[in-house]
Design a protein around this ligand. Structure first.
Ligand SMILES: *Cc1c(COP(=O)(O)O)cnc(C)c1O
Length: 437
């Protein structure tokens, strides 16, 4: 075993060599060194702003829904490790992946029957887009290759996903001349804006009707737009999209990478609208935050269409496709979720977030406070001072990662009421710290 690095050495090497998400090289902000994590707590290598343990308000970007170091998930990984950690998926198969695929078909909206396992959310979106483009090519309609989405979305960081992320204010405006030019509807109105439903629905219908000849698919995040702005919309728009896509011969992709596995109060956000997409992307909480794995599901119509083409195969096959360790922990995570009354837990957290964030409503500097399921969002009327806001949250014993004008939390479902209250106090402190002047 090599000598352990001191936190100081580790940070120096990190700064010299390691790129962090959406960061410059070398980094400008010093990351916190996490030594271990258990339950809903991250343990730091040394105290920072007076805290050595932080309550995780982020579930490691929506993924660690059961918290960290969970005995059931640990056991699933260990048992699989003793059998095999990986084998290629070309020409071989194994129980963890087969079980997972069958389970996903069983729990996702009716009609999705085929599962493509892949490495990450962005890749699952690539696969979804490839499925849809190839579907139309196979059917002799290769001109149907554009995508439509609405503004304010986020679908990942590889090329096809970037092209359907919000083109303004998003992270990808740098590439606007390089990416395929996709079709953007206006951002969906907020869910409480019921007056906007007829006009916005008409806008969606009109765009789909006008562009159907060139559209392969519509791709959206259902009910909650995540990293594109943490906005919530009326599920009615999903029914409008489903109907207009059916009427005009366009496929519908739902990206539930963030919303899947209970976050919004339903197991999948599509259930709020009672619709089935043609293609569904899952990721993030799929493995309970243990390992990187995502899935693209589709209907028999899409699979059959592809199979009828001149090239009847889906030309995609990641090296680590169907990884047995990840599939085993995904199975365990899904079993764990469904074996408990998770809906009550999510409702309990929703109530705690509503309570704890209510006093921010109408405060100076606060534009909006919104809560849905185990997700709480405070939108400021100015860009957040990320460093000051993070410092205030850490000093309050909570890990948050604010961005743009947003301070938000999506805690693990196992977060107790006291910890939810502490997270809310930290969000309030972060909102106050972000105030100019
Ligand atoms: C995070 C996310 C992605 C990308 O997933 P990665 O695993 O980070 O590649 C895509 N879509 C949505 C809605 C996401 O939240």
């Amino acid at each position: 075993m090599p000598e352990p690095l001191t936190p100081g050495d580790l940070l120096a090497l990190d700064r010299q060599h390691v790129w962090h998400p959406y960061g410059p090289m070398p980094g400008r902000q010093e990351p916190l060194v996490v030594e271990s994590a258990s339950g809903v707590r991250l343990r730091l290598a040394e105290p920072v702003h007076g805290s050595v343990e932080l309550i995780d308000g982020m579930s490691s970007w929506w993924s660690a829904v059961h918290g960290y170091n969970h005995p059931v998930l640990n056991e699933a990984v260990q048992a699989q490790l003793g059998r095999m950690s990986h084998v290629m998926f070309g020409g071989l198969t194994h129980e963890p992946a087969v079980r997972l695929a069958a389970r996903l078909v069983e729990i996702t909206p009716e009609g999705l029957e085929h599962v493509f396992l892949c490495d990450s959310g962005s890749v699952s979106v690539e696969v979804a887009v490839k499925m849809c483009l190839q579907y139309w090519t196979s059917l002799g309609r290769p001109e149907k290759r554009r995508l439509m989405t609405w503004r304010g979305g986020y679908h990942g960081d590889t090329w096809q996903p970037m092209a359907v992320c919000d083109p303004k204010g998003g992270m990808h405006e740098l590439w606007s001349g390089v990416l395929p030019q996709q079709l953007f509807a206006d951002a969906p109105p907020h869910d409480h804006d019921t007056d906007a439903v007829p006009a916005y629905s008409a806008h969606l219908r009109e765009l789909i009707a006008r562009h159907a000849h060139e559209l392969a698919a519509v791709i959206v995040e259902p009910v909650v737009q995540g990293a594109g702005g943490m906005r919530f919309h009326d599920p009615e728009y999903l029914r409008v999209l489903r109907a207009a896509c059916d009427e005009h011969g366009v496929l519908l992709i739902l990206d539930e990478i963030a919303t899947g596995f209970g976050r919004t109060g339903r197991l999948f956000a599509a259930e709020h609208a009672g619709i089935t997409p043609d293609v569904l992307c899952l990721g993030k909480a799929l493995t309970g935050g243990y390992l990187s794995m995502a899935a693209t599901l589709c209907t028999p119509r899409v699979a059959d269409g592809i199979s009828r083409g001149a090239v009847p195969v889906l030309a995609h096959g990641p090296t680590f496709m169907g990884n047995p360790l990840a599939a085993a922990v995904a199975n365990a995570s899904i079993d764990l979720l469904l074996s408990q009354d998770w809906q009550t837990e999510v409702k309990r957290i929703e109530a705690g977030l509503r309570d704890g964030l209510a006093e921010l409503v109408g405060q100076p500097g606060v534009r909006d406070v919104r809560v849905l399921g185990a997700l709480g969002v405070v939108q400021l009327d100015h860009p957040v001072d990320m460093e000051a806001a993070t410092r205030a949250a850490v000093a309050a014993g909570v890990w948050l990662r604010p961005f743009r004008d947003l301070i938000y939390t999506m805690p693990p479902y196992v977060t107790g009421d006291d910890d939810v209250a502490r997270i809310c106090a930290a969000v309030r402190a972060a909102a106050a710290a972000g105030q100019p002047g």
